[in-house]
Design a protein around this ligand. Structure first.
Ligand code: PMP
Length: 429
């Protein structure tokens, strides 16, 4: 038994499922999760001292690689000054100004502690601002685990939402309308019926929670237009895509401007941080200026601000994004070539340094329905083969992968060599 397996057995006695967030339990791929002891650059090291090339990056934050020296030093320095004060601090101003500079649609911003808090509050704010109850989300998009957002499509084409989890009253879910990502007609149809009651459309501008699915040409522009026509608030949930798809997020990459943006992951440099921000007029509806309530004991925490600022200040490097994009291109092109050579049905998607791969017979995956129809057996086998060979991919077919500045071409070539073996194993089956 490996030390990770030992730890997992022990963890399950004290922690539900042995994990503090479900996907970590390897339910999507089977087997026992690996327990990580430390990480550096592109690598993580497990409890058995095995090294892995990591394409999860703590689910997105680690765009600069693990154990980044500037983030580590800034965090240490902040720790020396005190862990939390519960008062305003100057680092919060620096952070707000930095975010505004990077994401110009954000005129004012509030810091929170997670992506879930950011989206939950952005929804409340949109409702408070418009005086409307209904919200529109897309099937397969994940926006954290707030009640109103843990909702799936009901049966039928355009129906009211039903809860995705016990513990959410149907009454809470009924205001959440769910339609199809990349399908503007479904959005138009539901607006024709409910438009004047819809407070907001919330969307991952690049979907990263149903694998990686970029927006179809015109999709985000169409959402902008519909929100303008009906007076609804357009929220881009850029918790994952922010500072990742491009320095200014997906909104910079696709040149579509939302009213509100939610951020997380990269913004904290690895510390628990989220944020929501946008148009001044809407943001001024938040307490204490406005009537919509939101608060947080540890929000704007000085250690988290120091880590986040040290991360964001390194994003100004002109080389960073072109290099990240080139590395992703090398990886996904290499994977495709190898899958093709092995005769395994396979396709990839990418947006900036987010990527996804699908064991699909479709030439391109653009919808949630297609993502769910992939060959999961191939995914699981491929996953475990890569893991055995020291490559750590997201342990689910419905998660995006992430490249970091620390990955070298040699790391990518080693990953591709492992993929050669993994595809050959699939071919033998
Ligand atoms: N929105 C998106 C797009 C996300 O990817 C996530 C987390 N994966 C969240 C919100 C929730 O963030 P957190 O896990 O920090 O609550």
């Amino acid at each position: 038994m490996s030390r990770s397996e030992d730890l997992f057995a022990q963890a399950q006695l004290a922690i539900p499922g042995g994990v503090n967030s479900p996907v970590r339990a390897f339910n999507g791929v089977g087997g026992s999760p690996i327990f990580i002891e430390r990480a550096d650059g592109a690598y993580m090291f497990d409890a058995d001292d095995q090294r892995y090339i990591d394409y999860v990056g703590s689910w997105g934050p680690m765009i600069l690689g693990h154990n980044n020296a500037a983030i580590r030093e800034a965090t240490h320095a902040a720790v020396e000054r005190g862990l939390s004060f519960g008062t305003p601090t100057s680092s919060e101003i620096t952070m707000a100004e930095k975010i505004k500079a990077l994401v110009p649609s954000i005129e004012k911003v509030r810091m929170v502690n997670s992506g879930t808090e950011a989206t939950m509050t952005a929804i409340r704010l949109a409702r408070g601002y418009t005086g409307r109850d209904k919200i529109l989300k897309f099937e397969g998009c994940y926006h954290g685990h707030a009640d109103a957002l843990l909702v799936k499509a009901g049966s039928g084409l355009l129906t009211l939402g039903v809860p995705n989890s016990p513990g959410i009253p149907e009454d809470f879910a009924k205001h959440t309308l769910t339609v199809t990502f990349n399908d503007l007609d479904s959005v138009r149809a539901i607006f024709a019926e409910h438009g004047s009651d819809i407070a907001t459309i919330i969307v991952e501008p690049v979907a990263g929670n149903m694998n990686c699915i970029p927006p179809a040409p015109g999709f985000l522009e169409g959402l902008r237009e519909i929100c303008d026509d009906y007076g609804s608030v357009l929220i881009f949930d850029e918790v994952m895509s922010g500072f990742r798809v491009a320095r200014g997020g997906a909104q910079e990459f696709y040149q579509v401007t939302p009213d509100l943006t939610t951020l997380g992951k990269v913004i904290g440099g690895g510390m628990p941080v989220g944020a929501f921000g946008g148009k001044r007029e809407i943001m001024d509806y938040i307490a204490p200026v406005g009537p919509v309530y939101q608060a947080g004991t540890l929000s704007g925490n000085p250690v988290a601000m120091a880590a986040g600022l040290a991360a964001l200040s390194q994003l100004d490097d002109e080389q960073l994004y072109p290099q990240l994009n080139a590395k992703v291109e090398r990886l996904v092109t290499g994977l495709q070539e190898r899958a093709d050579a092995a005769g395994i049905p396979f396709t990839t998607n990418r947006a900036g340094s987010m990527f996804g791969f699908f064991f699909s017979t479709d030439a391109k995956v653009t919808s949630y329905a297609q993502a769910t129809q992939c060959n999961m057996e191939h995914f699981r086998k491929f996953y475990h083969s890569m893991l055995r060979q020291g490559v750590y991919l997201a342990p689910s077919a419905f998660e995006a992968g992430f490249m970091s500045a620390a990955h070298t071409d040699a790391d990518i070539d080693a990953t591709l060599a492992a993929a050669d073996v993994a595809f050959a194993e699939l071919k033998q089956d």
